[in-house]
Design a protein around this ligand. Sequence first.
Ligand code: FAD
Length: 380
Amino acid sequence: MHDVVVVGGGPAGSLVARNLAPRHDVVVLEEHGSSGTPVQCAGLLSPDVIRMSGVDPDILNTLHGAEVFFPDGTSVIVRSKAPKAVVVDRADLDGRMADAAVSAGAEYRYGERYTGHTVGDRVTVSSSSGSLDARAIVGADGHSSRVAMTLGDNGPREYLRGIQADVRMESVHDDLFTIHLGSEYAPGFFTWEIPCGDFVRVGLCTSWSAGPPYPYLSAHLRRMGAEDRILRMYSGKIPVGGRPRTYGERCLLTGDAAGLVKPVSGGGLHPTFETVPHLCRVLSSALDADDLSESNLSAYERGWRSQVGRELSWGYTLRRMFTRLDDADLVRAGGFASRDDVRSLLDDIDLDHPSRVVGAMLRRPRALLAAVPLFIRCIL
Ligand SMILES: Cc1cc2nc3c(=O)[nH]c(=O)nc-3n(C[C@H](O)[C@H](O)[C@H](O)COP(=O)(O)OP(=O)(O)OC[C@H]3O[C@@H](n4cnc5c(N)ncnc54)[C@H](O)[C@@H]3O)c2cc1C
């Protein structure tokens, strides 16, 4: 019998496997033929996230900020001296993280799809290749996690739909990414254009209610004159707002499967990497004590909530406020963001903790006063 079956060989599953494998017998089931494909990510990560990944992926570009366009065509540039983000190829990052887990002793079974499990004095996992027994299971199987659904009515509060294309073209800025806000561009979220050397990664997410995102991407590429320059296209879903439960008898969830995604940016790797070491501590000591009960494993959820829960719930509140703004409000927000005292706050925005900007704003009474009409629109 194995100690742990990890379902999903993406970044969350591989980091769990790498941390546990030196002391425990770990098997990773990955339904695809390799880790990292198909890609469902813009690859925009803070330098801190790269450090936490424990590997050294190829860096396509280093970015210092963003130019944000509002629906009336005006824009605000937010730029810092220190690098804000790097751009990576997610297939490369995921492949390296899986290799690191294998080097640490984990076994990867590629092409093997998890189909369900039962829990008794062990976990019996069914897969496309048969069944296997383990003492515990970790669901790291992404946005549409089947493992998460074994814990009851456990869907995320909301899904965003994402789509992107790599297009061969020169970008306006080398060290800034570009964002467009507005109902014509990306209802309920935003677009991004990320310079990646000899190509630009153009993408967007939309609220579920806006329907399929392809027509919005297609229109945006047309506006950019890039519709004939597509190299690759990717799409995916992003679960935001969290899931009700991330633990059960002999079972823990992480990554998108646990709803560990920042609602403001759609970024999942920072909250996941920040909390995986805690998951591994809880699970490892539960394995040592041979107590894999639901009550013992509940320490995982308490711990991750104290680490990142505030950022995620604040982020979801901000997202809900954002979705109440119409294009005219967004234009007003643009005017507000271009104030010198607000711009200087935005220059310092932390990609991993975007909602902290609200706390900083509270310490600037004049800026706060100017934001009151917008704030009232958000809560009405
Ligand atoms: C368009 C888009 C852009 C994004 N951009 C960013 C970004 O710039 N920065 C950022 O931090 N985040 C970004 N994200 C979010 C990020 O991609 C996810 O948060 C991240 O991939 C989550 O990692 P994970 O390991 O939890 O899940 P995944 O990366 O989805 O990995 C889950 C793995 O489980 C496997 N699997 C699923 N079901 C089964 C099964 N039944 N049996 C076996 N294997 C299974 C899958 O094949 C997959 O390999 C973006 C998402 C989208 C859609």
